[in-house]
Design a protein around this ligand. Structure first.
Ligand code: FCB
Length: 457
């Protein structure tokens, strides 16, 4: 693509539960998202991922579409409950076979597979034993990651341990808007620690396996203070702490940010876990960053922080997320392309030469199929244009940005929003499972034409 290095990685991203369907096929066990989505009142439109995009059966068509768009990479996730239906114990060969078929089909089209090992679908039996609040889950993840990499290492060389541990910890165990829907308050910080430990143990174990290129994906937040006032600056510091430093510092610097633990009231427990930091900081080969929006924070109206500061039901309770008046997507997320540069810099400030990939970036807008059968998603196309300009600017500033994955290839099951939010560059008619490349997809194709050897234009 014009203005980008010739070896830049261009892909789309998806996640197993959001697209695969086939939830009882070939020995797959239940995950926390099956349980959660089947619980009345949890999903906005009452839907589930039972069928989703039927990608489990239609992956050849979907990979052919990616190839037609000129993409040279595909970030998908492996469903843990397909590999270990009860989380540990007996390995399910038919689950592995599916991801082998998928990876081989990618390679046949000149598309490099990037496999995420955990995109939120924890096997239900592990949740029944305490889920991410239980340290044992980290060890089970290590075993699953190592076994999967050993089995597929000849066809998959790029691995992402976790997707957005912030969401797993805080949306899963504090606000409860994501599976497993728990609201344990500041104890959710323990889930964050166990997730980071899971990443570290898995990375160490995978280093001893077939090797490959190993990383993790974080959802980093570009944070602004609403004003220069002390309480707004403090609000921004606390939110940068919970969203960014709580994850980046242990991973890249081998230490937890003391102020974040103190503000959450969990210093003592984390001190007892100090020995885990060496595992958590096991060197990685790249950092994946998901970027959607920038946030502007203000302190409590009465300027008194009563703490503990933790993302709980209704946010942090006292820190206010300010509407700056910028345009918003259908998610209500403000559009701020420059924040993409900020989040890459958050990584580079700590690990200057570590390659960074934007592993997700995209937007939900209401789409309609025209009488002529097209989907003219000009607002989404424009969103991508603005963010690719920012990505190019990051590279021009000397930041080590090596790739970009659009979220998402297909419209899909958007977690608690069900099918009511569409993020795809390809439209999915859920009744017929027909795919229609949207205008934004055609725009990528036109710009990527010629980027991939053998790529169609
Ligand atoms: C991210 C998730 C992804 C998708 C996008 C919109 O937080 O990783 O699965 O839902 O948001």
């Amino acid at each position: 693509m014009e203005g980008f290095p010739a070896d830049f990685v261009w892909g789309t991203a998806t996640a197993a539960y959001q697209i695969e369907g086939a939830v009882t096929e070939d020995g797959r066990g239940p995950s926390i998202w099956d349980t959660f989505s089947h619980t009345p009142g949890k999903i906005a439109d009452g839907s589930t991922g039972d069928v989703a995009d039927d990608h489990y059966h239609r992956y050849p068509e979907d990979i052919a579409i990616m190839s037609g768009l000129g993409m040279n990479a595909y970030r998908f996730s492996v469903a843990w409950p397909r590999i270990f239906p009860s989380g540990s114990g007996d390995l399910n060969q038919r689950g592995l076979d599916f991801y082998r078929r998928l990876a081989e089909a990618c390679l046949e089209h000149g598309i490099t597979p990037y496999a995420t090992l955990y995109h939120w679908d924890l096997p239900q039996p592990l949740e029944d034993a305490g889920g991410w609040l239980n340290r044992d889950t980290a060890e089970r993840f290590r075993d699953y990651a190592a076994a999967t990499q050993r089995a597929l290492g000849d066809v998959v060389s790029h691995w992402i341990t976790l997707n957005e541990p912030w969401c797993s910890a805080f949306l899963g165990y504090a606000t409860g808007v994501h599976a497993p829907g728990k609201t344990v308050g500041a104890d959710a910080m323990r889930a964050a620690h166990h997730l980071l430990l899971a990443h570290g143990l898995a990375t160490k174990a995978m280093r001893e396996g077939p090797g490959g290129t190993l990383g993790i994906t974080l959802n980093l937040t570009s944070v602004r203070a609403a004003s220069d006032s002390a309480q707004d600056q403090e609000a921004a510091r606390r939110m940068d702490g919970l969203s960014n430093r709580l994850f980046l510092d242990p991973l890249l610097l081998g230490r937890y940010p003391e102020d974040v633990l103190g503000n959450a009231g969990v210093t003592e427990w984390f001190e007892q876990m100090g020995d885990d930091l060496a595992d958590i900081a096991t060197p990685i080969d790249f950092m994946g960053v998901n970027y959607y929006s920038r946030h502007t924070f203000a302190g409590p109206e009465d300027a008194v922080f009563r703490g503990p500061t933790i993302i709980g039901p209704g946010g942090t309770g006292e820190i206010r997320d300010i509407d700056t008046g910028a345009p918003k997507t259908q998610m209500g997320w403000e559009v701020h392309p420059d924040g993409l540069i900020d989040v890459v810099r958050l990584v580079s400030d700590r690990a200057p030469s570590l390659p960074v990939y934007i592993t997700e970036n995209g937007a939900a807008y209401p789409d309609e199929v025209t009488a002529g059968g097209t989907v003219d998603d000009e607002d989404r196309r424009h969103f991508f244009e603005l963010h690719l300009n920012a990505a190019r600017e990051a590279i021009d500033q000397g930041l080590p940005l090596h790739g970009y994955f659009a979220w998402s290839l297909l419209d899909n099951f958007e977690w608690a929003f069900g099918y009511s939010r569409r993020f795809g560059i390809v439209y999915v008619d859920y009744e017929s499972q027909r795919r229609i490349v949207k205008q934004s997809g055609h725009w990528f194709r036109d710009r990527l034409a010629g980027a991939k050897p053998g790529g169609e234009s």
